[in-house]
Write a new protein. Structure first.
Length: 446
């Protein structure tokens, strides 16, 4: 948990942020555009920047220790203090999305510095950083051990770029690919050994669309050829292939989760992936909004069984809008979400056996007497208990209902970039007194 030990006056203008990260590749370009769209004043330092492009600063080969052995990467070193002096502006905070840039300063930044660590293969945190945002739980645990000097650690999982216009579930009728995968299967030591096993096992499935590069040669600068499909995809090709596919498979490394786990369901495809602590924390459940496998055989069997439209739709809802799942000591309870009825009243739906309804009646009557709910009714035909709420403060009422019924709450927001920007803006407001622009909330898909 981040400690609130700073006292900084709220700036009378939208926050001025020094953004460090790529302006050409994900996730850097995604956060850059989303922060700009949210109303923050952004000064961009990084590849593709119009203010300060750092591609003229050469990268140097560097060997890093990964959980499965050493790996060769290319790192760009420079002093943060020199960069700040060169720019000459005053900033309220620094937000750095990992981009293989390493600041060599041995002292903490004079400006609050938030670093988004997305690569488990490279978790070295330089001394300038104040707070680390970890893309996976595994990264968070490593950083907590390797950088105890930090002020805070925040779990900040991957997101997907979604527009804030009206969002609709994609049409699935024209999809021709049975399963899709594109990505790296060879680099970073043995980190991708399990991925290679799974991909080799499913790449001959009928109508599969699989794409990856050949192993790297001795020269790290050498261009690699495609071994399967067209090899390396650009962002448009990647999106087009996903939109043409019924199933998207992911083989996460020990890092826990990655972009595919949100990108696949965001396009309406059914996600097939490994179960990890991150997937549980993000609200994914087997047979509900995705399919989990443990072995290559199981992954192949799931794919051969085909696309399940209900699972795909539930995954899309989780990523785009967010859903709330609640556990109960009685396994027959399952909370399925909310909708507005014909009177525009929020309605919460529980699935439960009919025999449990009678025991719930006294509790529900109390909630009605307390004016927490308008009404409750049991639908025999589909075994669902519907609760109608009478207040615009829906989340508070829903939590009260669950607590009264004995539920343990696990609420989960959506996984779009706009949900992540809201989390960042709230963190910055709580720690630094940064004003949150109204567009931060307006951009979240409804």
């Amino acid at each position: 948990m981040v400690k609130q030990i700073l006292t900084i006056k709220v700036p009378p203008r939208p926050a001025r942020i020094l953004y460090i990260g790529s302006g050409t590749t994900t996730p850097g370009i995604t956060y850059l555009h989303a922060l700009q769209d949210a109303g923050f004043n952004i000064y961009h330092v990084g590849e593709g920047s119009r203010q300060f492009d750092i591609t003229h600063i050469p990268k140097k080969p560097f060997i890093v220790r990964t959980p499965t052995g050493n790996a060769h990467v290319m790192i760009r070193n420079l002093p943060l203090k020199a960069l700040l002096d060169m720019i000459g502006y005053e900033f309220d905070l620094i937000f750095h999305v990992q981009d293989w840039t390493y600041f060599t300063d041995m002292e903490r930044s004079p400006i609050p510095y938030f670093f988004y660590c997305t690569e488990i293969a490279y978790t070295f945190i330089h001394k300038s950083v104040w707070v680390v945002l970890a893309a996976t739980e595994a990264i968070k645990q490593i950083v907590m051990q390797e950088a105890p000097q930090l002020q805070g650690f925040v779990y900040h999982p991957h997101s997907v770029l979604m527009g804030h216009e009206e969002v609709k579930f994609p049409d699935m009728k024209t999809r021709t690919n049975s399963v899709f995968f594109a990505g790296e299967v060879y680099r970073l030591g043995e980190l991708y050994e399990e991925r290679r096993k799974v991909i080799k096992f499913i790449e001959d499935v009928k109508d599969a669309s699989i794409h990856y590069l050949a192993p790297p040669g001795k020269n790290p600068q050498e261009m690699r050829k495609a071994e399967k499909g067209i090899g390396l995809l650009n962002s448009k090709q990647y999106t087009d292939f996903l939109l043409e596919s019924k199933i998207g498979i992911n083989i996460p490394t020990i890092g826990g989760a990655n972009f595919r786990d949100v990108e696949v369901p965001a396009t309406g495809a059914m996600l097939v992936t490994r179960r990890t602590p991150d997937m549980d924390m993000m609200g994914f459940e087997d047979y509900v909004n995705c399919r989990f496998y443990d072995t290559p055989d199981e992954a192949r069997e799931i794919i051969l069984n085909g696309y399940d439209p209900e699972i795909a739709k539930a995954g899309w809802e989780l990523v785009v809008r967010g859903r709330r799942w609640f556990k109960h000591q009685n396994p027959y309870f399952l909370y399925r979400g909310t909708k507005a009825n014909k009177d525009q009243t929020q309605e919460s739906i529980f699935e439960l056996p009919k025999e449990l309804f009678e025991s719930l009646k006294p509790v529900l009557e109390n909630l009605k007497n307390e004016k927490i709910i308008n009404d409750f009714r049991y639908l025999d035909s589909i075994t669902k208990l519907c609760l109608d709420f009478n207040s615009i403060d829906f989340d508070t009422n829903l939590q009260k209902v669950f607590q009264t019924l004995g539920f343990t709450e696990w609420a989960q927001a959506g996984h779009t970039i706009y949900h992540r920007i809201k989390e960042l803006a709230t963190l910055w407001n709580n720690m630094l007194g940064i004003n949150i622009p109204k567009k931060v909330f307006e951009n979240i898909p409804k």
